[in-house]
Design a protein around this ligand. Structure first.
Ligand SMILES: Nc1ncnc2c1ncn2[C@@H]1O[C@H](COP(=O)(O)OP(=O)(O)O)[C@@H](O)[C@H]1O
Ligand SMILES: Cc1ncc(COP(=O)(O)O)c(N)n1
Length: 265
């Protein structure tokens, strides 16, 4: 069997296992990739919210990037919560030779702030101009542009920074808006899943796009494929009852996989 493509996820942890690196590595594994990881922040988090954030020092993040890049054939980088402007700059400087899918995480589904004004400025000036694709949700697109336009307008405006952009619509819109630099945005529509188990959806979406790119697909194929993967996963976990808040999206393809246990004598 040939080796899987390697995707490096640079992101924070969610102790509840819904978002961040848990979502990234599970999604990458489900979609045929080997996921390497560099931890940027440890969050004490569950389905109800973020209770603590502990940034990992820049030098420790840097050492993780060095170790992975020196040893593994990374084909795509996916970033999630980077936490500090120093780490945003580090990723921009150290990994610019690779395709980078940037999920510019600034807030959790619960509303907690995961990136401040300095982080926003570092994304705009350092990382997005060097990225292949950015996947902000509408709130993040507003914070990054400082504007209050439609998702299509914000996608086109952000793409002028020099990368492709998908502004995600979340559960209400059932559509995402995709723009390339210099072009107008077009909508990718998809099925809406009626569920409150959507914690980790953005991380899963961006990781699925990174997996599509690592498997050799272009953005206009990888993005709708990732949205279809997310709607399928939201359907798997639609009626789960995990935690007291917004429950996790299912990251792996199947649920209740116990057949391997039953087959064991
Ligand atoms: N309830 C839902 N039904 C179907 N697709 C959804 C739903 N919620 C989010 N999505 C999709 O999941 C992907 C991630 O988007 P979003 O939830 O906006 O990210 P974030 O978690 O960063 O806010 C997008 O493709 C979006 O359209
Ligand atoms: C460590 C970490 N990274 C990213 C998110 C955003 O995920 P979501 O938008 O689904 O809350 C999060 N809540 N925690």
């Amino acid at each position: 069997m040939s080796s899987p493509p390697v995707v490096l996820a640079v992101a924070g942890t969610d102790s509840g296992g819904a978002a961040g690196l848990a979502a990234d590595l599970a999604t990458l594994g489900a979609l045929g990739c080997h996921g390497a990881c560099a931890v940027t922040a440890v969050t004490a988090q569950d389905t109800t919210g973020v209770h603590g954030i502990h940034p990992v020092p820049r030098a420790v993040v840097s050492a993780q990037l060095d170790a992975v890049v020196a040893d593994l054939p990374v084909s795509v980088v996916k970033t999630g919560m980077l936490g500090t402007s120093a780490v945003v700059r580090l990723v921009a400087e150290r990994l610019a030779h690779l395709p980078i899918v940037v999920d510019p995480v600034l807030a959790a589904t619960s509303g907690a702030v995961l990136g401040d004004g300095d982080v926003v400025r570092a994304y705009v000036t350092q990382l997005l101009p060097r990225a292949t694709l950015a996947t902000p949700n509408l709130d993040e697109a507003r914070a990054l542009t400082g504007l209050d336009g439609s998702p299509a307008e914000l996608a086109a405006r952000l793409a002028d920074l020099g990368c492709a952009v998908v502004v995600t619509g979340g559960g209400e819109a059932a559509a995402d808006w995709f723009a390339l630099p210099g072009g107008p945005a077009r909508a990718f529509e998809h099925v809406r899943v009626d569920t409150s188990n959507d914690h980790g959806t953005g991380c899963t979406f961006a990781s699925a796009i990174a997996a599509g790119l690592a498997n050799g697909h272009e953005l206009d194929v990888a993005i709708p494929a990732a949205a279809a993967f997310v709607t399928g996963q939201l359907t798997v976990s639609r009626d789960w009852d995990l935690g007291r808040g917004r429950g996790p999206i299912a990251h792996t393809t199947t649920t209740n996989r116990t057949d391997h246990l039953e087959e064991t004598p």
